[in-house]
Design a binder for this molecule. Structure first.
Ligand code: SAJ
Length: 440
């Protein structure tokens, strides 16, 4: 059989299994993306097998415990007790599954090159157990071309043909941990397949558990969608960070400028300056794009420039602290600096790539002594230093308090009453005009 009808047996059988919820679903990588996805499909009535290299994660799930902030343990326990969700470290389970989503990390190396080792390891495991009728969907954020150039050859080495014997798609993850409004189910899901049949099967799969599916023409478009989304953020944050430096020099209140610009009801989206760019998405994803575009012979100048601006913000913040102390005839050296907030953004406990780590490192390097308060981060490990979180009252005995993460839990009234000098990098003290408050 050739052409479209050559996919008929596997395509139709898989579509029937999906539509009848008899498809046995697998998720490789049970992190903040994979576990919510597994729970979503189990909640939709599918038998889901979670696969992870961490036996600790596997054991926690199988005993009905969730380690992901947005997934209550009660939901995991309910699905495990119903026999709809179980986890294993055995990749051989793939041979019994009909669909596999791969949601493993895609970090950057120190050289700012993509580290594809987790994706390759997961794909190799899938390739060892690939079989006719399997749907494989990569969800890890990556450079355009990954699915077609890296995964496809690994899978077709089995002799099976994508689009005929098995189906291969890319679908960007859009999980936003802690977001009270948008969850896996109600965030529109983009999916692109290697062939039209792949896209059709991938879209049918997601439509069984998610509210909105956005089918695109191929895997490269789907890969690029995610990179545009996060590069857009990174570059606009870089823009407002540069604006903040300009405005300070010109004695203009950048926060008032942005708030007023945000009244424009169309064609504008506010971003806010800060101490730098943290997290495991925004500082990293754009460099997957610039790495690939460089291979295509095109310099991603916006990304590189925004990377420099955002990357320089910790140094700029320390220079502003130094100036503020200097105005009080104090040197930074031997001054006591109390940092408020070390997580990479407010109201979460994640310190990955947090600019607060860079600011603290630079302060220590310049001879200041540093303490911090963060209700979400009880202790902090920097190179050779381990810091314990202090109560906010420690700000009363410092030379300068610095707000790096504007957690809502902080008692800002107490801070303004007790700290002798405050440098606010997040406009957490919006509207206050006390003379000892300075802003980015
Ligand atoms: N930041 C600023 N100014 C801003 C916005 C963010 O300095 O105006 C800083 C934050 O403090 C943080 C970093 O940038 O250090 C990243 O912040 P983020 O708000 O982009 O949050 P993330 O890193 O959790 O990004 C995730 C992304 N979600 C996915 O990749 C699925 C991103 O696409 C979301 O838009 C973002 O959450 C969100 O909106 O919360």
């Amino acid at each position: 059989m050739t052409g479209q009808n050559s996919t008929a047996p596997h395509r139709e059988l898989l579509l029937e299994k999906i539509r009848s919820r008899n498809a046995r679903v697998g998720v490789v990588g049970l992190g903040y993306v994979g576990l919510p996805l597994a729970v979503e499909f189990a909640g939709a009535g599918f038998h889901v097998t979670g696969i992870d290299v961490s036996s600790r994660k596997v054991d926690q799930i199988n005993t009905g415990l969730s380690y992901v902030q947005d997934i209550p343990s009660s939901e995991v326990r309910r699905l495990v007790d119903k026999g709809l969700l179980h986890a294993t470290t055995e990749f051989s389970a793939i041979s019994e599954l009909d669909t596999i989503n791969i949601a493993v990390p895609t970090p950057l190396r120190k050289t700012k090159d993509p580290d594809m080792s987790f994706v390759v390891a997961a794909a190799q495991a899938v390739a060892r157990h690939i079989h006719p009728g399997l749907l494989v969907i990569l969800e890890s954020t990556t450079y355009p071309g990954t699915t077609e150039e890296l995964l496809l050859p690994m899978f077709e080495a089995s002799g099976l043909k994508a689009g005929r014997d098995f189906f291969l798609c890319f679908s960007p993850e859009r999980v936003d941990p802690g977001n009270p409004k948008f969850h896996t189910r109600n965030i529109p899901k983009v999916v692109g397949g290697l062939t039209p049949a792949c896209t059709e099967v991938g879209a049918a799969f997601y439509s069984m558990a998610l509210e909105t599916v956005v089918a695109v023409s191929n895997t490269v478009v789907a890969e690029m969608v995610k990179l545009l989304e996060n590069t857009f953020r990174m570059i606009n944050i870089g823009l407002v960070n540069e604006l903040a430096v300009m405005c300070h020099r010109m004695n203009i209140n950048v926060w008032e400028v942005i708030d007023a610009a945000a009244t424009k009801p169309f064609g504008f989206m506010p971003f806010y300056p800060g101490p730098g760019l943290g997290g495991h998405c925004i500082p990293i994803d754009p460099f997957y794009l610039s790495w690939k575009s460089k291979q295509a012979g095109i310099e991603a100048r916006f990304i590189e420039l925004a990377g420099h601006i955002n990357g320089d913000m910790p140094r700029y913040v320390v220079s502003r602290i130094q100036d503020a102390l200097n105005d009080q005839a104090k040197s930074l050296k031997n001054s006591r600096i109390h940092v408020l907030g070390v997580a990479y953004k407010r109201d979460i406990d994640d310190v990955r790539e947090s600019p607060a780590l860079d600011v603290i490192h630079l302060l220590l390097q310049r001879g200041a002594s540093v303490s911090y308060s963060d209700p979400y981060v009880p202790e902090l490990r920097l190179d050779s230093v381990a810091l314990q979180a202090q109560p906010l009252s420690a700000a009363a005995s410092c030379d300068c308090a610095v707000i790096l993460t504007d957690h809502r839990a902080f008692d800002y009234d107490a801070l303004v009453r007790t700290a002798p000098l405050i440098f606010d990098t997040r406009n957490a003290l919006r509207g206050r005009t006390d003379s000892h408050i300075l802003r980015l």
